[in-house]
Design a protein around this ligand. Structure first.
Ligand code: 13P
Length: 250
């Protein structure tokens, strides 16, 4: 049985005040929920978040990392430093990083490798554009990202990764993939994991859905057999919506 994982991607939003507010509204849920909860704020908030949630079932996640562990990479953050800030998870390959910052599959794969070496679990994002979906190439596109993202990693390392299927046309648009569309893509991803890793890995690896998840649609999405959690953007910033999404996964 795969536990549900609900991850908040705050993107370039949030504040010290939101950490306090979110912790307050989530704390009554923590004893009863069966979900793993991860909050990924901007880097400057990581230590503060860690101080607040240390020892609770809320884990700290980063949104990005560099593949090198130190050096002249102005503006970047290394995996060892993330580790020092209490980071246990890190998003890699988000479509915003691929599109706006030109990140390639190779770069993403090397980030994944670096994270694993430093004991941080990657949340590898994969997803197709609207164009790919309309032309019927979406499965091919998503599988190519998956294969490139995990290639060459030992099966034990692949098993430490979580996948997030985020159709680009559903991100921040209010257009959610239907539960059937998401579930069917998750099935295809899991099938590919069988040959890429092993059937045991495929059975146990969590595949999250991301793209306009909110407090209204979370329950239906999370009740699909292949959907093991959600990577939530906009709604993860709302103190009256994120706890409801966590409750929907419990
Ligand atoms: P929204 O939930 O705002 O669509 O963002 C999804 C996302 O990109 C999470 O990583």
């Amino acid at each position: 049985m795969r536990a549900k994982l609900i991850a908040a991607n705050w993107k370039m939003n949030g504040s010290f005040a939101l950490i306090d507010a979110m912790q307050k509204v989530l704390s009554p849920l923590l004893d009863e929920t069966t979900c793993e909860i991860v909050i990924c704020p901007p880097d400057v908030l990581l230590s503060s978040l860690n101080n607040k949630v240390k020892g609770s079932r809320i884990a700290v996640g980063a949104q990005n990392v560099h593949s090198e562990t130190s050096g002249a990479f102005t503006g970047e953050t290394s995996a060892p430093l993330l580790q020092e800030c209490g980071v246990q998870w890190c998003i890699v390959g988000h479509s915003e990083r691929r599109i706006l910052f030109g990140e390639t599959d190779d770069f993403i794969r090397s980030k994944t490798e670096t994270l694993l070496k430093h004991g941080i679990r990657p949340i590898l994002c994969i997803g197709e554009t609207l164009e790919h979906r309309e032309s019927g190439n979406h499965e091919e596109k998503v599988i190519a990202q998956l294969v490139k993202g995990l290639s060459g990693l030992a099966v034990d390392d692949q098993k430490r990764c979580v996948l997030a299927y985020e159709p680009i046309w559903a991100i921040g648009t209010g257009k959610t993939a239907t539960p059937e569309q998401a579930n069917s893509m998750h099935k295809i991803i899991r099938k590919e994991l069988e040959s890429l890793a092993s059937s045991e890995a495929a059975e146990n690896m969590q595949i999250l859905y991301g793209g306009s998840v909110n407090s209204e649609n979370a329950k239906t999405l999370l009740s699909q057999s292949e959907i093991d959690g959600a990577l939530v953007g906009g709604a993860s910033l709302k103190i009256n919506a994120f706890p409801q999404i966590v409750a929907a996964g419990s």
